[in-house]
Design a protein around this ligand. Structure first.
Ligand SMILES: [Zn+2]
Length: 329
């Protein structure tokens, strides 16, 4: 994939291409915006453009350098990501040591730090020096969901490239081009993706996610059975983190939809295909109960990011959800 194929982030593409063509590429960038809108993809493409053997302001996708970056096997590309809750000083020490080395085969070494908001204060402070004066052959790209999650001293040393959610029509256009065609599912996927192209394409590609949604919604559409909390805690606690987060989102959308319907805004519900089930559930909750439910799910999502015990967090959540019902059965 090249710059010209990235959808919905034309402004970011324009800025980066302009810098490449005028020779004014910065040493440090912050790609900032919501999850799933293409920040990492853009960072990889920028790395390709900076190192492409054939083309100047876009990648050719054919040369050895473009191909190696596509396969994450280019020796001058480093991607720093962590499964842990934080990126510590040790990782930054490695970066500092390695940016001092000569390049292996590229023209620009590119370091991509995913989830830069996970840098510990110590790691962020250690990174400052290198952000201030990166060697000319190195570009460091920090990726984050929100500027306010980073230290002001980091922000002031990076050129910020903002990314935004895509419009519904941009998402729909991308899904229209998806092969094999998924025409019947486009309206639902477009709503579930909420402006995030990465999520839209994943939903188009991975049928299991929509099947999981069906299972969750079928459960929510039924009256609560006494074993529901323990049954769902048992099955959800073994979910890998992305699946758990997505499942919690499905839950969140369901209760947001109920709140929207309570307030008479039926046309903007996400689960439009389940409107009858939603309407049947309306008298089980008060508006304040729904607001509490939504808060509870959001709080659980935050807690799980910090790797608290998944089982306990889910158990708490399901108990609180049951308490928010007007007529628990
Ligand atoms: Zn190339």
């Amino acid at each position: 994939m090249s710059f010209s194929q990235i959808r919905g982030q034309e402004r970011a593409v324009r800025i980066l291409q302009n810098e490449v063509s005028t020779g004014s590429v910065s040493g440090a960038y912050l790609f900032v915006g919501p999850d799933g809108v293409g920040k990492y993809l853009m960072a990889l493409n920028f790395a390709k453009v900076l190192n492409c053997k054939k083309s100047d302001v876009d990648s050719c996708d054919e040369c050895i350098s473009c191909q190696k970056i596509d396969h994450l096997s280019h020796p001058d590309l480093r991607v720093m990501e962590t499964e842990k809750g934080s990126i510590g000083i040790e990782e930054i020490r490695v970066l500092k040591r390695e940016v001092g080395y000569s390049l292996y085969e590229g023209t620009k070494g590119v370091w991509i730090i995913k989830d830069a908001d996970k840098l510990t204060q110590e790691a962020a402070n250690s990174l400052l020096k290198i952000l201030e004066e990166p060697p000319p052959r190195v570009v460091i790209i920090l990726i984050s969901q929100a500027r306010e999650k980073l230290l002001p001293t980091i922000l002031s040393r990076c050129e910020t490239i903002p990314f935004s959610l895509l419009s519904s029509s941009e998402i729909r256009r991308a899904l229209d081009r998806y092969r094999p065609p998924i025409s019947g599912k486009i309206p639902l996927i477009e709503k579930l993706a909420r402006g995030r192209i990465g999520e839209a394409l994943l939903l188009a590609q991975d049928e299991a996610i929509l099947n999981l949604r069906e299972e969750i919604l079928n459960d929510l559409a039924k009256n609560t059975d006494p074993d529901r909390s323990s049954r769902l805690v048992q099955s959800w606690k073994s979910f890998p983190p992305p699946q758990l987060e997505r499942s919690l989102d499905m839950l969140l959308f369901w209760f947001r939809d109920l709140l929207i319907l309570k307030k008479g805004g039926g046309e903007v519900v996400i689960n439009g295909d389940r409107i009858k089930d939603l309407e049947r559930q309306l008298d089980r909750y008060s508006s304040s109960g729904l607001i509490k439910t939504i808060d509870t799910i959001e709080r659980t999502k935050r807690h799980l990011k910090y790797r608290v015990s998944t089982g306990l967090a889910l158990q708490d959540m399901w108990l609180s959800l049951a308490e928010c019902e007007l007529h628990p059965t």
